[in-house]
Design a protein around this ligand. Structure first.
Ligand SMILES: [Zn+2]
Length: 392
């Protein structure tokens, strides 16, 4: 394991690297031909890569029963380290029946071999408990819970090695791995780096939050999630173009790094805010912006639940410093982007559109109000959505 660069240590102290290369990889590819194939779910494809490249340090594989229980009930790994979402490898009853503990398996996505694993444990998922604890609801209308209920009833735990990355990756030039971002931050001379997680375009409110945070650190790591998301989110390629447009025209190039976060969205709200913060710490970030209803969906979580959950840990346990932001918007009376914390005026003076309203305006071919979104961004979104509609 090479020395880790960066001003903040990875979670648990060491950056995990479970990517086999060279002759070790060749030998594993050879051996894997004799292993039974286990099909990865879309989320497991992403999780396998996240584990292998160290985003999920200190995890070295899919969770075992002890880890599953401990993470679900206590938000900690059995050794006490904070960890908020169990990273599981689900398989269906039929597959589970043909596998036994101690066996080596090939982890595949269709025909594509991604990795190998020795099954340390095979155990039944406790879906209802996982839903209640992690997602805080057992309702199937919640997209994360729906996915959990759809997946297989058995879980395989054990250490993995990745032999091949996922097939057909989007934005390969923006997929900087933690070892790389740590070097990139160091070479730019950044000691304090704030990460911004998003699955939305950068509207004026987000720009305000990012630049406010940037005032107290050296660099901004703009890190949009491009893994599996809900069907009604703005398509990732259109979002990436919109980020590039606003960064080019409104951000200092030597203070911002754009990278994509290839994790699957779980919509677990507060628990996912912790999960996202720890992942960004592994990328080498020292600060993490937590917005209102971070990683939430519908009305499942209270407005500040994703902030309050950080108080369940002692200072320093998570390591990365969360920066909490309130609801932000343009206020016509203030004549600026402000927040519910800083503006004394009322809703009638605020320019705010919901995600659904934004989507509907763009689908009608309309530009968004300038106080809400910069025209350069509006145009990219409008044209991207329109082009998408014509090919559907
Ligand atoms: Zn105001």
């Amino acid at each position: 394991m090479s020395r880790v660069v960066g001003s903040i240590a990875p979670h648990g102290g060491q950056l995990v690297n479970r990517v086999l290369r060279g002759s070790l990889r060749e030998a594993a590819l050879e051996r894997a031909q004799a292993f039974p194939n286990v099909q990865l779910t879309r989320m497991a494809v992403s999780d396998l890569e996240m584990i292998a490249v160290g985003v999920f340090s200190p995890l070295t594989g899919f969770v075992t029963k002890d880890e599953y229980d401990s993470v679900i009930d206590d938000m900690r790994l059995p050794n006490g380290l904070p960890w908020s979402i169990p990273v599981t490898l689900p398989v269906d009853d039929h597959t589970a029946a043909g596998l036994k503990e101690g066996q080596e398996i090939a982890l595949v996505d269709g025909e594509h071999l991604m990795g190998i694993m020795t099954i340390a444990e095979k155990y039944p998922a406790d879906k209802e408990r996982e839903a209640r604890q992690v997602y805080r609801t057992t309702e199937e209308a919640h997209p994360g819970v729906a996915r959990l209920y759809r997946q297989g009833n058995w879980l395989l735990g054990g250490e993995i090695f990745m032999l091949n990355g996922p097939k057909d990756v989007e934005f390969p030039e923006l997929r900087h791995e933690p070892a790389q971002t740590r070097r990139m931050f160091a070479s730019r001379g950044w000691r304090r780096i704030v990460a911004f997680q998003t699955r939305n375009p950068i509207h004026r409110a987000h720009e305000y939050i990012q630049k406010t945070a940037l005032e107290i650190v050296d660099g901004l790591f703009l890190h949009p999630l491009v893994g599996e998301t809900k069907g009604d989110d703005i398509p990732a390629d259109v979002r990436i173009q919109s980020y590039q447009a606003i960064l080019r025209d409104y951000y200092p190039a030597d203070r911002v790094l754009l990278g994509v976060f290839p994790a699957a969205m779980r919509y677990a709200g507060p628990r996912e805010a912790i999960f996202h913060a720890i992942a960004r710490k592994n990328y080498g970030c020292t600060h993490f912006i937590v917005g209102r209803d971070h990683a939430g969906v519908g009305n499942y979580y209270g407005t500040y639940d994703a902030h309050n959950i950080f108080d369940e840990f002692a200072p320093g346990e998570i390591g990365i410093t969360p920066l909490f932001f309130d609801y932000t918007f343009f206020c016509k009376k203030c004549g600026a982007v402000v927040s519910a914390k800083t503006c004394p005026h009322s809703k009638e003076d605020w320019v705010y559109l919901s995600g659904t309203q934004v989507r509907e305006m763009l689908e009608r071919g309309e530009m968004l109000p300038e106080e809400f979104t910069r025209p350069e961004v509006s145009k990219v979104l409008r044209d991207g959505i329109q082009a998408r509609r014509q090919t559907e």
